[in-house]
Write a protein that binds this ligand. Structure first.
Ligand SMILES: Cc1cc2nc3c(=O)[nH]c(=O)nc-3n(C[C@H](O)[C@H](O)[C@H](O)COP(=O)(O)OP(=O)(O)OC[C@H]3O[C@@H](n4cnc5c(N)ncnc54)[C@H](O)[C@@H]3O)c2cc1C
Length: 572
């Protein structure tokens, strides 16, 4: 239990075994699961001093997340994981079957968005190990495993936390900010006294990972059979995953018995020839916290939201939290933005996390039909819906997935005057597209890697540096950088320097915006504001106002530091 006030009850006064971690840190991350480890990498990349703790000494071994989408992979790229850092299988399609109508929906997931496959499966412990390895490259990040948060007290200028190690030793740490990435039963959330409303499903599910399956599939399928709903999918390492819904009265012990697991797997080949690697029984929840933080304490990942896994968005949402929160904390701690910007974390993340959970609940109703009649009805309705071209695109092309475009937050959505040539596809509060660029030396790079860690003024076809005028000094002080994206083969109007790149595919210039356009792109790749490049001084001024940078303590703003990801250069 976390005490919000611990005055006069420090560990010394209790005569406890005191051990030393560190007296002070800029950010304490409670929980070093995938969300906490991603945040540690992002903050470490920005040069923020971090202490990350976890009460467990091991990576959680049981089967959990198996799929990630292109947005999640983009965040992992931002966190410095090179392609191939963990194994993935790109999924070509997701099929939904019902016993009465057969195949009734097919979601096409082949192809990529923003440089990443639309859907992959992966092995969560391997991803977590890769994140932990990457953290070691950040000198400003310390990790302590086997250390638990036991008390937390927010003060006006810091947060005081009491930690306990496995030997029972306690230590007090003062942090400028605390992030609770401590999972669904978050102590940090409990300490903040925030509600975690939603529902817990009555059904339990048995999750099975097996290797060397005689009749494997190469996609994802949902067997929407009311007798035993079963999602089933391919995974890396020659694995297949099944999720079997338990019937009322079936117990965890009975279902995890090897002979029962073998019986369930029999339709996919002789279970004797398979290696049943892992099993676990879970009950799913659909809950969101009232606020994603309060004062100097923030929540991220499962600590802030939990979802049934039917659309594979639990960890993905945690990764979105990580990208959204980390740069804001870095900018505040390094004196480039006012702490008021941190309020936008809740404004931007909570509605989207909730929308994803709502979609997962709808998918749950499709996957878990209550009766044969219900299954037949759902299957038939979806089949008919797919005959209507608009609805077919909505289902098959995954347009049903809520777009990660903010309604409120740290961006400025003005109606730009129509440019002369092509329409502008950019929307402030939406994500900036990622494309493959070619550099002056002919080397290729993803545009996110070329953008680097800064708050970037991107010029379409023209060199943005030439247009900022008097705002240059203030822009640089606020962590502002520049990127010129030339169209394919462009020779005229090219600037000089390593910020000049050519858009090989045309996905940015001219598809996203025409020449003479400009956009301010946040370090989490959200578009802050955009408009004609001739108005660059206004775009810069509006961005600085959004950051409240004039009110931030900018006596000595820290220079930008970022660990780029050189291996990404060689990925195409
Ligand atoms: C069956 C199943 C299938 C899933 N499938 C998918 C999927 O396909 N795609 C997807 O995106 N998501 C999926 N998820 C969800 C995904 O696994 C979770 O969202 C993700 O693991 C959450 O990561 P986290 O870092 O936020 O929390 P966790 O992984 O729970 O990590 C929290 C960490 O905090 C530590 N901790 C807790 N309390 C303290 C304390 N007081 N002090 C110190 N440390 C503490 C814990 O030891 C733990 O290591 C699935 C989940 C399940 C169960």
């Amino acid at each position: 239990m976390i005490n919000k006030s611990t005055k006069g009850r420090g560990p010394d006064s209790k005569g406890l075994n005191v051990y030393e971690i560190t007296a002070k840190t800029q950010v304490l991350i409670v929980g070093f699961g995938p969300t906490g480890a991603t945040i540690a990498n992002l903050l470490g990349g920005y040069g923020v001093e971090v202490l990350a703790i976890d009460k467990s000494t091991e990576i959680f071994p049981k089967p959990r997340a198996i799929s990630l989408d292109n947005e999640a992979l983009r965040v992992l790229q931002l966190a410095g994981l090179p392609e191939g850092a963990f194994d993935t299988v790109a999924i070509p399609e997701v099929r939904l079957y019902s016993p009465s109508v057969g195949l009734f929906a097919q979601i096409r997931t082949a192809g990529s968005i923003d440089g990443h496959p639309k859907l992959v499966t992966f092995h969560q412990p391997e991803l977590e190990a890769a994140l932990r390895t990457r953290v070691q490259s950040h000198p400003s990040v310390s990790v302590r495993l086997g250390v638990e948060l036991i008390e937390l007290e927010e003060r006006s200028d810091s947060v005081r936390v009491v930690l306990r190690n496995r030997e029972g030793g306690v230590s007090t740490v003062r942090a400028d900010y605390v992030i609770g990435a401590d999972g669904a039963s978050s102590k940090v959330r409990e300490g903040l006294g925030l509600g975690f409303d939603g529902q817990t499903y009555v059904e339990d599910w048995l999750i099975v990972d097996a290797k060397d399956v005689p009749a494997p599939i190469d996609h994802v399928e949902f067997l929407c059979d009311p007798r035993r709903p079963t999602p089933h999918m391919v995974a890396p390492g020659n694995r297949q995953r099944w999720e079997f819904m338990l019937h009322p009265g079936e117990t965890r012990e009975e279902m995890e018995r090897p002979e029962k697991v073998r019986e369930l797997l029999a339709p996919w080949g002789s279970p004797e020839s398979m290696e049943i690697e892992r099993t676990a029984v879970y009950r799913f929840h659909a809950r969101t916290v009232d606020r994603f933080g309060r004062g100097r304490v923030f929540l991220a990942g499962d600590a802030a939201h939990v979802t049934p896994p039917f659309i594979g968005q639990g960890l993905v949402a945690g990764l979105r939290d990580a990208a959204n929160l980390s740069w804001k904390l870095a900018w505040v701690l390094q004196g480039r933005a006012h702490s008021r910007i941190l309020e936008s974390y809740d404004q931007e993340r909570r509605p989207h996390a909730k929308a994803m959970i709502d979609l997962a609940k709808v998918m749950g109703r499709v996957v878990m039909p209550r009766s044969r009649f219900g299954a037949m009805g759902t299957g038939a309705c979806l089949r008919i819906a797919r005959r209507v071209p608009f609805l077919r695109a909505y289902i098959d092309e995954l347009k049903i997935k809520p777009r990660n475009r903010f309604r409120r937050g740290l961006f400025l959505r003005t109606r730009p005057a129509r440019p002369r040539s092509r329409p502008v596809q950019l929307v402030a509060g939406d994500s900036f597209p990622q494309v493959w660029l070619s550099g002056p030396d002919g080397k290729g790079r993803w545009s996110d890697d070329a953008l680097g860690a800064g708050l970037s003024l991107v010029g379409f076809g023209l060199d943005p540096q030439k247009y900022v005028g008097d705002a240059m000094h203030e822009w640089r002080a606020a962590g502002g950088t520049f990127l010129q994206v030339c169209h394919r083969g462009q020779r005229l109007h090219r600037g000089n320097g390593d910020h000049v790149w050519e858009d090989v595919s045309g996905g940015l210039v001219p598809d996203a915006a025409p020449i003479e356009w400009a956009a301010v792109v946040r370090p989490d790749r959200t578009i802050m504001v955009h408009g004609p490049i001739a108005e660059a001084p206004r775009l810069v001024r509006e961005s600085l106002e959004l950051l409240n940078s004039s009110e931030a303590k900018r006596s000595r703003p820290e220079p930008l530091r970022f660990h780029t990801n050189p291996t990404m250069e060689a990925t195409r």
